[in-house]
Design a protein around this ligand. Sequence first.
Ligand SMILES: [Zn+2]
Ligand SMILES: [Zn+2]
Length: 291
Amino acid sequence: MTTPHILSLPYDVIENISQHLDLCSNTSLMDTCRHMRYLYLSSQYIWRKIVLDPAQTTDLHRIYSSLRKLGDANGLKQLIYEVVMDGMDDADLSPIVMLIKFPNLRRLSARYRKKTTDLEVDVKLLQEMLKFGTIKPKSLPLTEVRVYHFNMDFEPHLTAYQKTLNKVSVFPKVKLDIRPCGFIQTVGNGSGSNLNPAVMNNDRQLQGENDQREQLSDLPQDSIEECQRIISKSEQCWSCGFLFRYCWICVPVCDSCKVRRVPPLANDKQRLSRSKQWVSVANDDDFKVFE
Ligand SMILES: [Zn+2]
Ligand SMILES: [Zn+2]
């Protein structure tokens, strides 16, 4: 009896497996033998997206050595469309470097880098690169950058960050995964106060925003302030999946299911444990079919 061998699998199956591996695992696999090397060097599909996964390795030497294998000579550098480095919280591994390294990069995801995310530093880095010609204006096919982490609070450099990314991209506007909350508060007598929250809670959120502006039309403009707290554009209610428009401090109750909101990290954990519960409920139902 012969032992099943990975090389006996069809090429497209190996390509599919590669999509579940991080970059270091893929470059290791590429280096195992001549056949693997041929497959990896001839595939465009494998390299469209590379993942740096801190659960697999945080060894910078290994990561750099893997990145070096994506070169000009073997043409791999040109094939990378997407880099995911979520949770890679090492100051020596800047997401901005990926923009220089991979000239065809479309999407860059560097979320959950709590210690090392610094939009001010990134703006300075990019502006220097523009100044010294390392990056040409309007030269990168960049469409989307993700930088959210759960401890984001206020981000005074967000506008500059957006503008600088727009400056290097061939597209007019690079999509970001964060934005200011934007909930309107009135400012007067030294303390801010939210406008009638009942309006916010009884209507759909967009409707709520319109009502907010109607209420404001009589007020002098300098007494109006929008909340600048950062919110992830994809933050959803842990209980009902509703996409939040405002931060949990401005609107403390879910507009859809009325559950009390919790900070983003707790919300995400609740959501995750709930989705696992649903999976186990579904599995229980599956078993009943066979009883
Ligand atoms: Zn807010
Ligand atoms: Zn809800």
